[in-house]
Design a protein. Structure first.
Length: 443
């Protein structure tokens, strides 16, 4: 906001009043107006785009028909209208009632909001329907044993000792002043900037509703009610497209070797005749297959790459491949690259899903981006362990040495699973799956 630089006492009274009126009008106009690239979730006038939901598992909203959702929305509004009001462009909750919840579900985003609260307040912001970025009354000693003394902004529902559970610094402003959050969520990781200070840095937000699973790939935002008045304003969101999210996940390439050159396959071996470079990406030719692999062998490594699937597309990553045979069996393994969400694969064995260690360790499903968009893999192979992160979420973290051979899919032997070195590559199965920005680093 532009401030007057000439002291008012040197202005004639009418001009002073005009200047103040103009300044006030500009401030009113700026309230709840999003910065470039952002969308306002609160219009400053009413609750368009919101409904009421308890602090419950958001999965009870997923998969509902449009008609079912509309009924849920409508049924919640009597409670919402009893506890939520709009006052002078501010969204006000009396401390009670259902949590105000976005009708829209969000995946990767930057979220900005300001709040002002009162003594004894305890609130928070649910991300993808899960708790929460915490808001405390940091003066209330009765909650110091819960972490209120450390300040607001932490991922309070994370496990004790987990990164991000407590903010790195107490940044709360005195009562009566507005506090501001900028919250970035990509995959399962959250960064919180609170009143200009980064208090949570790229920490995993645990799935409060299912501790054994990563947080949902998408979900609503919720503003919590918790006993005392809280006011909100300037509620803005910027959804991150797949390219923006991947760029943030990838970071810098220091220490990595790029395996694709965007022009040809001159630095690859194996089934090079069955692959091509299409618009800078390595693509398996339709109807072709086999393993396109590096010319150098790798032991322990981290590989980062992007892949794009056609509908029902099927490919895989060859891990410690010996140069011949089916890498799922002769190599350490094949990590699946599969359009798992296509109905053609609705009944496959979980150990065949995208990201799985083929036939032996199942990956979590539901984290692929929509078919036709680029996905991002970050995979670490160390000793007998494999960790697979898909679009910023850890979907598999396993040890092939601990897999009972008697339990593998179809009871098929995997003679290569104990290999300690081998080639890295792509295991084509006849579909035009594409790969780009392939970076590898020896560990």
């Amino acid at each position: 906001m532009t401030l007057l630089t000439t002291p008012l006492r040197f202005l004639a009274a009418p001009f002073a009043l005009l200047a103040l009126s103009a300044l006030t009008a500009k401030a009113d106009t700026a309230l709840n107006q999003p910065p470039p690239g952002y969308t306002a979730l609160f219009n400053g006038k009413d609750l368009t785009g919101w409904f009421g939901h308890k602090g419950e598992d958001p999965r009870n909203l997923f998969g509902k028909s449009a008609e079912e959702l509309e009924k849920i929305y409508a049924d919640s509004m009597a409670d919402v209208n009893a506890h939520w009001t709009v006052q002078n462009g501010e969204l006000v909750n009396d401390g009670h009632g259902l949590f105000l919840t976005t009708k829209k579900l969000y995946r990767d985003f930057e979220f900005m909001v300001e709040y002002k609260t009162v003594p004894l307040a305890d609130s928070g912001i649910y991300l993808r329907g899960c708790p929460q970025v915490q808001i405390w009354d940091t003066t209330e000693e009765g909650k110091f044993n819960l972490g209120a003394d450390k300040g607001s902004g932490g991922l309070w529902n994370n496990s004790p000792g987990a990164p991000g559970k407590d903010p790195s610094k107490k940044m709360d402003k005195p009562f009566g002043e507005w506090n501001s959050f900028k919250i970035t969520m990509i995959g399962e990781r959250v960064t919180v900037v609170f009143n200009g200070e980064k208090v949570v840095d790229n920490a995993v937000l645990e799935n409060y509703n299912d501790r054994k699973s990563p947080i949902f790939a998408q979900g609503p935002l919720k503003l919590q009610t918790h006993g005392n008045e809280i006011r909100w304003r300037n509620i803005f969101i910027k959804e991150l497209d797949s390219d923006s999210a991947t760029a943030a996940l990838r970071g810098n390439a220091e220490g990595y070797t790029r395996l694709d050159n965007g022009k040809d396959l001159s630095n690859w071996g194996g089934a090079a005749d069955n692959y091509e470079v299409h618009e800078g990406a390595i693509r398996c030719k339709p109807g072709k297959g086999g393993v396109l692999h590096t010319k150098e062998e790798y032991a322990d490594f981290n590989v980062r790459l992007e892949f794009k699937l056609p509908p029902a597309g099927n490919n895989g990553l060859a891990i410690r491949y010996p140069g011949k045979g089916d890498t799922a069996y002769t190599g350490m393994t094949e990590i699946q690259v599969l359009d798992t969400e296509d109905k053609a694969y609705a009944t496959i064995d979980p150990r065949q899903a995208c990201g799985s260690v083929y036939g032996t360790i199942a990956a979590k499903r539901g984290f692929l981006r929509p078919t036709g968009e680029w996905n991002y893999y970050d995979i670490t192979v160390k000793g007998s362990t494999i960790r697979v992160q898909l679009n910023g979420t850890t979907i598999l973290d396993g040890d092939v040495a601990k897999v009972d051979p008697a339990t593998v899919m179809h009871n098929s032997p995997h003679p290569g699973k104990d290999r300690t070195t081998g080639f890295f590559g792509f295991a084509g199965h006849g579909d035009a799956v594409e790969f780009r920005n392939v970076f590898i680093k020896k560990l």
